[in-house]
Design a protein around this ligand. Structure first.
Ligand code: UT7
Length: 331
C-alpha cells in the first residue's frame, strides 16, 4: 500500500474582494459609426441600446488597460501584489499563441510568481474565470486569484459589415477572488454548444496571413439573439436557483452587455421583479466581450445603484457558443 498523499484544502467560502476597470478612451458615437456603415443612430439605438461605444486611443493597449483594471481591483480589495498567487486572463484579443497575456500582466504588476494562464471563452470568459477562481480558492490551490477580462475588439471589427460593426468595444475589467467567512459565490452554471461554432467566428490566423487579410468578427446575430433570449435566460434562472435564491432575493442583474433587447427578453422570461437593479452599461460602452461584465459591475457600484454586499446575478455568453453564470455577493 502506497503512503497516502496530502491534499490541499481551502476555506469553506470565497468571494469577490475587489473590482476595477478601464474603458477605451476614444468615444465613437453612432454618427461616427454611420460614416462607415449604412445605418442610423435611431436603428442602432432601437436594435441594441448602444448610444456610443468606447475604443482604445493611441495610448492604450490590451496590456495597459488590463494593468489599470487589475491595479484598481487589488486596491479596492486592499491587497498588495505579493498577496495574489494566481491570475486568470480571459481575452480573444491577443494575436499570439504564447506566452500568455497573464504572465505579462503578472510581471508588470509585480506579482510574486503566481500561477498564470489565459482562457478562451469569449464573452463568457470572465464568468468562466470567476467560477474557476472560486473553485481554486476553496480547494486550497490559490489564496487570492486575480480574474481579468480584457478586449480590443475594434481591431477585429469589419467596418464594412453593417450587421456587426456597431456592436463591439474595447476595455478591461478585473476582480480579486479570495477567502470569505460567508458564502460569496454561488455554484457556476456553465456549458457550451460546439455545434454552433460557426455562428460567431473569426478567420484562422494562418489562413488569414496566407491570404493577406486581417481576421475579423463574423456573426449570425439573429441566431445568437434567439439562443441568448431563451437558452441563456433559462441558464440564468438555473444559476439563481442553485444559489438557493428566489427572484425577490436578488438585488442586481449584470448580464453580458451584448444587446439591451436580449437583457429585456431575459428579464421577461425570468420574471425578475422591478426591485432588481439591471445593468444597462451597453448604452455608453458597446459590447466588450470578456470585459463587459466586470466593467458593468464596477460602474453599477460606482453609480451607487448597487452596493457592497448585494446579491448580483452575473452571466456571460458568446462565441463557441459558450456560457457561464453565477450569483455573487458584490464587493
Ligand atoms: O457578444 C457576443 C454575443 N453577441 C450577441 O449577443 C449579439 C446578438 N445579436 C444581436 O444583438 C442582433 O442580432 C443584432 C443587433 C446584431 C442585429 O439586430 P437584429 O434585430 O437581429 O437585426 P437583423 O439582422 O434581423 O436585421 C433586421 C433588419 C434587416 O432588414 P430587413 O431584412 O428587415 O429589411 C437588416 O437588413 O435590419 C437591417 N439591418 C440594418 N439596418 C440598419 C441590419 N443591420 C443594419 C444596420 N443598420 N446596421
Amino acid at each position: 500500500m502506497s503512503a497516502p498523499i496530502t491534499i490541499a484544502q481551502g476555506p469553506q467560502y470565497s468571494r469577490i474582494l475587489g473590482v476595477g476597470s478601464e474603458r477605451g478612451n476614444r468615444i465613437v458615437d453612432n454618427a461616427e459609426m454611420c460614416t462607415w456603415i449604412e445605418s442610423s443612430d435611431e436603428w442602432i439605438q432601437q436594435r441594441t441600446g448602444i448610444v456610443e461605444r468606447r475604443w482604445v486611443d493611441e495610448s492604450q493597449t490590451a496590456l495597459s488597460m488590463a494593468l489599470n483594471a487589475a491595479r484598481r481591483a487589488m486596491d479596492s480589495a486592499g491587497l498588495r501584489p505579493g498577496d495574489v498567487d494566481a491570475i486568470i486572463v480571459s481575452t480573444v484579443s491577443v494575436f499570439r499563441q504564447f506566452p500568455s497575456l497573464a504572465v505579462e500582466i503578472a510581471s508588470e504588476l509585480g506579482l510574486d510568481h503566481p500561477a498564470a494562464f489565459d482562457i478562451s471563452a469569449a464573452c463568457a470568459g470572465f464568468c468562466y474565470g470567476v467560477g474557476m477562481a472560486d473553485s481554486m480558492v476553496r480547494a486550497g490551490t490559490a489564496h487570492n486569484v486575480l480574474v481579468v477580462g480584457v478586449e480590443v475588439l475594434s481591431e477585429q471589427t469589419d467596418l464594412t459589415d453593417r450587421s456587426t460593426a456597431f456592436l463591439f468595444a474595447d476595455g478591461a475589467g478585473a476582480v480579486v477572488v479570495g477567502p470569505s467567512q460567508t458564502p460569496g459565490i454561488g455554484p457556476t452554471v456553465w456549458g457550451s454548444d460546439g455545434d454552433q461554432a460557426g455562428v460567431i467566428w473569426t478567420e484562422n490566423w494562418r489562413d488569414a496571413m496566407e491570404s493577406g487579410i486581417d481576421p475579423v468578427i463574423h456573426m449570425e446575430g439573429n441566431k445568437v439573439f434567439r439562443w441568448a433570449a431563451t437558452h441563456i435566460a433559462n441558464k440564468a434562472q438555473e444559476a439563481l436557483e442553485v444559489a438557493g435564491l428566489t427572484a425577490d432575493q436578488l438585488d442586481a442583474f449584470i448580464p453580458h452587455q451584448a444587446n439591451n433587447r436580449i437583457t429585456d427578453s431575459m428579464l421577461r422570461r425570468m420574471k425578475l421583479p422591478e426591485s432588481v437593479v439591471v445593468s444597462r452599461d451597453i448604452h455608453l460602452m458597446g459590447n466588450a466581450s470578456a470585459a463587459s461584465v466586470p466593467i458593468a459591475m464596477d460602474a453599477l457600484l460606482a453609480s451607487g445603484d448597487a452596493k457592497s454586499g448585494d446579491n448580483a446575478l452575473i452571466i456571460g455568453f458568446g462565441a463557441g457558443l459558450v456560457f457561464a453564470g453565477q450569483v455573487v455577493v458584490l464587493p
